[in-house]
Design a binder for this molecule. Sequence first.
Ligand SMILES: Cc1cc2nc3c(=O)[nH]c(=O)nc-3n(C[C@H](O)[C@H](O)[C@H](O)COP(=O)(O)O)c2cc1C
Length: 232
Amino acid sequence: MKRIIALLCIVTLTLGLTACAGKAQPQAEESNASSSQEEASSVAEPESSVAEEASSEEPQESSSEAEEPEETPVADKVLVVVFSATGTTKGVADKIAALTGADLYEIKAAQEYTDADLNWNDSSSRSTQEQNDPDARPEIGSDPISLEGYGTIYIGFPIWWGEEPRIMDTFVESYDFNGITMIPFCTSSSSGIGRSGQNLAEHAGSGNWLDGQRFSGGVSEEELQDWINSLQ
Ligand SMILES: Cc1cc2nc3c(=O)[nH]c(=O)nc-3n(C[C@H](O)[C@H](O)[C@H](O)COP(=O)(O)O)c2cc1C
């Protein structure tokens, strides 16, 4: 009897140990699996960190690329610049500005021209003396203007003794017109624009100067619009 009980104990013990051994194996496999996963993820890490680096760099590159156009905005604004001693050329300038949607900048002499100054029958009048001196540069009294953003400038003046008034030379020598299309126009009693446009281009030394156009003070908006269209 004792032998039978001892045998049963051995059998029970053996079965119990076998069951424990069977359970322990998957645990070992699991821990192996998790350690191999860790290995796999640590191998993949450089890739993911490269990807992270790339993804962290890419937006910076693309955002700086996207910002580039903002750094160099297109200069597409239009400006009308005018000097007018008695208002005739200013009237034409106003019409051009209205037709083109342009801003207007008026050149005012620091020392305003009086009627006596403008008397071309007087050889000693201020205007006659200035026009007889190619180096005369009358001072401008109006505040300077920033030309940033302007791609086209209509530049108007009266004809004095067949040319642009010397104050126009003062103006064009004071600015950089690089990259700007310059379009001269003038009014007169009867004279054409002559060499005025070329004179201004030479004195400016910058800008893309188109041929100028002379108008009478009473020029119609239709005539001005036709001229503007012909420049396109
Ligand atoms: C000093 C002076 C010289 C002028 N010389 C000429 C000229 O050579 N030829 C011409 O046709 N008109 C001449 N004019 C007339 C003006 O060009 C014309 O009246 C012009 O439309 C005036 O423009 P504003 O009112 O904008 O100053 C002269 C006017 C002045 C005051």
